[in-house]
Design a protein around this ligand. Structure first.
Ligand SMILES: CNc1ncnc2c1ncn2[C@@H]1O[C@H](COP(=O)(O)OP(=O)(O)OP(=O)(O)O)[C@@H](O)[C@H]1O
Length: 161
């Protein structure tokens, strides 16, 4: 049995820098990641993405400034959970970067991404995102969060999601 969970992941860009957050609790604790979480009942993806961004980083974004960059499916085979991560980027936002209970934000140069302290799949799709490619991925993880299978492709347009 699979349990399918819709999530969002927002990447904030400022010129050659990206804002990542150190996850302080829960899934992915101890790793740098974009900002996001589970979509709530009745919420559309971009509204959920903007809400999680605000909760975790203090930044506010208009949903019209969230651009789709990729769709990633993470299957945790042990639990049967499949996370559908809808990845967005934004270059326009407002507010002050603020540490939350969940995340400690920090700017990184896109040439100096801390991949060794991130989910192992990130090293494969971050470069696609930096090249402004649209991508689709399906990755499988063991109970120890080790990736053992990966499919990743570049798409021409969002309709291919
Ligand atoms: C397996 N490889 C992975 N690679 C890159 N990113 C990954 C990931 N697996 C999960 N993610 C992201 O991690 C966040 C989890 O969110 P998560 O903290 O569980 O959600 P939410 O804030 O709703 O949690 P609470 O239940 O409220 O604590 C969410 O953005 C999701 O896209």
């Amino acid at each position: 049995m699979h349990r399918y969970v819709q999530c969002t992941l927002v990447q904030i860009f400022n010129d050659q820098k990206i804002l990542l957050g150190m996850k302080k609790r829960g899934l992915g604790v101890g790793m740098w990641n974009g900002f996001g979480g589970k979509v709530e009942a009745g919420e559309d993806l971009k509204t959920a993405a903007a809400r999680e961004l605000k909760e975790e980083s203090g930044l506010e974004v208009l949903t019209s400034n969230l651009m789709e960059v990729g769709l990633l499916l993470f299957e945790f085979v042990n639990s049967g959970v499949v996370l559908e991560a809808n990845v967005f980027r934004a270059v326009e936002y407002k507010g002050v970067v603020t540490e939350s209970e969940e995340m400690r934000p920090c700017w990184f140069d896109i040439k100096d991404i801390p991949y060794k302290d991130m989910w192992v799949d990130d090293v494969d799709w971050f470069p696609l995102m930096f090249k402004q490619k649209l991508f689709y991925g399906f990755m499988k993880f063991t109970e120890k969060n080790e990736m053992f299978s990966q499919e990743l492709k570049v798409l021409e347009n969002v309709e291919e999601f």
